[in-house]
Design a protein around this ligand. Structure first.
Ligand code: HEC
Length: 119
């Protein structure tokens, strides 16, 4: 099974910032990162440390030796904040789907139990 989603950070960005971030993500990041299983990290699954280091990774290239380019020649700090906001938003979508699915599974199990109890 795919590794599960941790609860993402609180969302503070506006819809406009998230939308702007999606455009930059598609333009600059999606050729290497997909939101799903692939050979590069799924950016909806960043842990707290990676969230904190996000700007340094993207702008300063702290992971450049591992193949993660730096983007300070293409993206402004604001662009990177927007991309980060878009990814946090997508993390919440995935996290909520996961939690809803888990809720369904336990509800279904409870139904099955209730059904057998009545027999
Ligand atoms: C040329 C391919 C490439 C592009 C383009 C690219 N990345 Fe990456 N990125 C990578 C690779 C490879 C890694 C894994 C590096 C490692 O193993 O530490 C990575 C890792 C990361 C990480 C750390 C994730 C983790 O779980 O360790 C972040 C954050 C990240 N990229 C953000 C971005 C953003 C934002 C963009 C667009 C602005 C972007 N990347 C564009 C290749 C790319």
């Amino acid at each position: 099974m795919e590794e599960s989603f941790e609860k993402p950070p609180v969302e503070t960005a506006t819809k406009a910032e998230i939308d702007a971030g999606e455009i930059k993500f598609v333009e600059e990041c999606s050729r290497c990162h997909v939101l799903g299983p692939s050979s590069t990290p799924d950016l909806r699954k960043l842990n707290a440390g990676l969230h904190a280091a996000f700007k340094d990774i993207v702008l300063k290239g702290v992971l450049a030796p591992a193949g993660m380019e730096r983007f300070d020649d293409i993206l402004s700090e604001k662009d990177v904040d927007n991309v980060h906001a878009y990814l946090i938003d997508q993390s919440w979508v995935a996290y909520r789907e996961q939690e809803a699915a888990a809720g369904h599974a336990s509800a279904a199990a409870a139904h099955a139990e209730a059904a057998t109890a009545h027999k």
